[in-house]
Design a protein around this ligand. Structure first.
Ligand code: GCU
Length: 329
């Protein structure tokens, strides 16, 4: 972790300008679509308000894992961070909905629900009282199991230690599949698989290449059990301290970052799969999805019974599921 004590910027005549440094943390590398999106965020803010603000990006968990980075955002030590929604469950349990297995029945439904900004803004406001405000989302594809040995059916998961994100609903999800859920931060996963502390994990294809997990886990099974968005989270006070004009610039910058990220994702996920297969020797398995779905068929209802705060968002998502009914299996 590096220190973030930078203050004003020096200028050539020796005076210091009053530029406010905006710090943005993310787990992913400079190659990741999210980083490319955030470069747009930075560029747009600096092109419009460059005399006042300088945006600095801190990739690769430089400021700590997602839990830590959210804490830093909460206290205002940094201004923005990118994290998966499971990390927000402890701040607002409405976010548990995204951890439900097989929540969305198609990618179209997922995109439509996430792009329904009017509705999502209410969800995004749900962490206000904890000092956090979500501003936009990023697509990070579907989550799938991968491990040192092949997983062809859910029965193969029995007794396997599978890393999940640090959230109650993620643990529930993996246990329901019959695995032994092992929550830990993303940055620890590579070594944990390598050293045999866990047998595998679950994530998208970029985890194999960008995060190099394909070096230590050679079997990737398309269980497609979740589509969990990442979100850009702001320090609430900072965002609300902006003037109306500045706020408009920051919001447009956030939207631009999402537009870029979504486009880059489509390209990068294809490349990642190819690289993992051809250069890293990862085998991709297309299992019988019904067996996986069947294994967790009661989980959605159990979660709805346990948590009233997810019911409205869940019902809202069902409308999109109906509208964009996927290939029902
Ligand atoms: C995805 C997501 C990250 C998250 C990671 C994880 O890669 O983009 O934000 O950290 O999953 O499983 O922790």
């Amino acid at each position: 972790m590096i220190s973030v004590l930078a203050a004003g910027c020096g200028s050539s005549d020796g005076s210091t300008t009053k530029k406010r440094i905006i710090r943005v943390a993310l787990s992913q590398s400079e190659e990741h679509p999210e980083y490319k999106g955030l470069v747009k965020f930075k560029d747009y803010i600096e092109s419009e308000l460059g005399d006042k603000y300088e945006v600095q990006l801190f990739p690769n968990e430089l400021l700590g894992g997602q839990t830590k980075a959210i804490e830093l955002t909460q206290t205002g030590a940094i201004d923005f961070t990118v994290a998966g929604t499971p990390n927000l469950e402890i701040f607002a349990d409405v976010y548990e909905v995204f951890s439900m297995p097989y929540l969305f029945t198609s990618e179209e439904a997922y995109f439509a629900a996430m792009n329904d900004t009017d509705y999502m803004d209410n969800v995004y406001a749900s962490t206000e009282d904890t000092g956090l405000q979500v501003v936009t989302w990023y697509n990070v594809g579907t989550r799938n199991f991968y491990a040192k040995k092949p997983i062809n059916t859910p029965d193969d998961l029995k007794g396997m230690k599978i890393r999940v994100q640090q959230s109650p609903a993620s643990i529930k999800m993996a246990n329901a599949f019959g695995a032994a859920a092992s929550p830990m931060s993303f940055g620890e996963v590579y070594t944990a698989i390598q050293q045999g502390v866990i047998d595998g994990a679950e994530n998208n294809e970029l985890a194999l290449t960008d995060n190099k997990h394909g070096e230590v886990a050679k079997y990737f099974t398309y269980s497609k059990h979740q589509m969990i968005p990442d979100v850009l989270i702001a320090n609430y006070k900072f965002l609300n301290g902006l003037s109306d004009e500045e706020r408009t610039v920051f919001e447009k910058a956030a939207q631009l970052s999402t537009d870029t990220e979504l486009k880059e994702w489509e390209k990068d996920v294809e490349t990642a799969k190819k690289t993992a297969e051809e250069d890293m020797g990862v085998t991709f398995i297309e299992p019988d999805l019904n067996a996986f779905k069947d294994k967790v068929k009661d989980v959605q209802q159990e979660m709805l019974d346990a948590n009233p705060n997810i019911r409205d968002l869940y019902a809202h998502i069902q409308e999109y599921n109906k509208k964009y009914a996927g290939e029902e299996k």
